[in-house]
Design a protein around this ligand. Structure first.
Ligand code: HMG
Ligand code: MG
Length: 311
C-alpha cells in the first residue's frame, strides 16, 4: 500500500491562542555560531536570502562579539555589507558591549539585541563578567543606542548546567532590569532546553505578577529534551506571541555544551498551520532551504518536519 502525500496538517483551531504570531528566526546567528566549521560568508548570505524568500521578516543575522570568543561569526562586517536588505525585513544582530555597538552602528544596523544571563556562572562563561557587571556593560550599550530598537535576551531562565534550578524571582529580577534599561522586548532563553510546560506557565505568571505583561516577552527554547514545541504552545496560551526558532533546528551555545539546537522553525510552522495561526511563512520553501543548508553543513537537519517532508 502506498503512502499518501501529506504536505500540510489538517486545520483545526485551538482555544485561547493568538490569531497571529511573529517568528524571530535565529538560524543564521544561534545556528551558525555553534558549528564546528566556519561557514563561508557567501553561504550565510544565501541562507539569509532564502529565509527572506520563504517569508520570514525577522532574521537575526549575526553577532558583533569578540572574534576570539566566537570565530564562527567573525565575518559580521562582511555579512552586513553583503546583505540584500529587503523592505519589511529586519536583520537584528547581537551586541554585548560598547565595542559591539560601535561595529553595529558602523554597519548601519537599526535592530540590535543585548544578551544577559540570569545566573552568575553563565554570565562569567559567556560574557566574562558577573551578573552585576553585565548590567554595567549593557548600560553603556544603551547609552549609545537611543536611535536603535534593542531587544534583550536572558539566558538560563529555566535551569543552568552548573547551578541547577534557577529560582523564578532571580529570573524576573534580571529580566525586569533588562527591560528597565529601555529594551523593547525580553526573550526568555531556555539555553539548555530543560524547561517543561508547567515551569513555563509558572515563570510567565511571575513576570505578569511583577508587572511585565506577556506582550513584552518572547520565548527562546532549545530542544535538547524535545520540549520546545510544547513549551511554545504553553507560552502562546499565556499570551506570548513572539517566538524564536531556527530553520532546520540549527543552534546551540558554544559556552554551554549541553545546549543543542533551537526549536526548528519548520516544526513550529506545522503546529501553527494546524492551529490556523497566521505566520506568513511558506513551509515548503523553508524545508527546501534547510535541506540546502544541511547539505552545506554535511549532516541532516534534526527537524522532524524537515525529515518528514523532505524524505
Ligand atoms: P573579554 O575577553 O572580557 O573582552 O570578553 P575584553 O574587553 O577584555 O576584550 C578582549 C578582546 O576582544 C580585545 O581584543 C577586544 O578588543 C576584543 P584584543 O585587544 O585582545 O585584540 N573585543 C571585541 N572585538 C570585537 N567585537 C566586540 C569585542 N569586545 C571585545 N564586541 C566579551 C568579553 C563580551 C567581548 C566576550 O565574552 C564575548 O564576545 N562574548 C560573546 C559570547 C557569545 O557570543 N555567546 C553566544 C551568544 S549568547 C547565546 O547564544 C544565548 C542566546 O541564544 C539565548 C539563549 O539560548 O539562552 C542569546
Ligand atoms: Mg539560544
Amino acid at each position: 500500500m502506498g503512502t499518501r502525500e501529506i504536505g500540510l496538517p489538517q486545520r483545526v483551531p485551538g482555544s485561547g491562542l493568538p490569531a497571529r504570531v511573529t517568528i524571530w528566526e535565529v538560524g543564521p546567528r544561534d545556528g551558525l555560531q555553534n558549528e564546528d566549521t566556519i561557514v563561508p560568508v557567501e553561504v550565510k548570505l544565501e541562507f539569509i536570502d532564502r529565509l527572506a524568500d520563504a517569508g520570514l521578516t525577522t532574521i537575526e543575522s549575526t553577532s558583533f562579539v569578540s572574534p576570539k570568543w566566537v570565530p564562527q561569526l567573525a565575518d559580521a562586517e562582511q555579512l552586513l555589507a553583503g546583505l540584500n536588505r529587503r523592505e519589511g525585513v529586519r536583520y537584528p544582530v547581537l551586541v554585548p558591549n560598547e565595542r559591539g555597538l560601535k561595529r553595529a552602528l558602523d554597519a548601519s544596523c537599526p535592530d540590535i539585541a543585548i544578551f544577559g544571563s540570569a545566573t552568575e556562572t553563565f554570565a562569567r562563561r559567556n560574557l566574562n563578567s558577573g551578573v552585576e557587571q553585565q548590567f554595567e556593560m549593557f548600560e553603556a550599550v544603551m547609552a549609545g543606542a537611543s536611535e536603535l530598537n534593542v531587544r534583550a535576551y536572558l539566558s538560563m531562565c529555566f535551569g543552568d548546567p552548573w547551578e541547577g534550578p534557577v529560582p523564578a524571582e532571580q529570573v524576573v529580577r534580571a529580566g525586569k532590569r533588562l527591560l528597565d534599561l529601555g529594551c523593547t522586548q525580553l526573550s526568555l532563553g531556555d539555553t539548555i532546553g530543560v524547561a517543561t510546560p508547567g515551569q513555563v506557565e509558572g515563570l510567565l505568571a511571575e513576570f505578569d505578577k511583577a508587572g511585565v505583561p506577556a506582550d513584552r516577552l518572547a520565548v527562546h527554547f532549545h530542544d535538547t529534551y524535545g520540549q520546545a514545541l510544547s513549551n511554545t504552545l504553553t507560552a502562546f496560551r499565556c499570551g506570548v506571541s513572539t517566538v524564536d526558532s531556527s530553520a532546520g533546528g540549527l543552534g546551540g551555545c558554544p559556552y554551554a555544551e549541553s545546549a543543542t539546537g533551537n526549536l526548528a522553525t519548520e516544526d513550529l510552522l506545522w503546529m501553527l498551520e494546524g492551529l490556523g495561526i497566521e505566520h506568513g511563512v511558506d513551509l515548503d520553501a523553508l524545508v527546501r532551504t534547510s535541506v540546502w543548508m544541511a547539505e552545506r553543513l554535511g549532516r541532516p537537519s534534526p527537524s522532524r518536519v524537515v525529515k518528514a517532508l523532505a524524505g
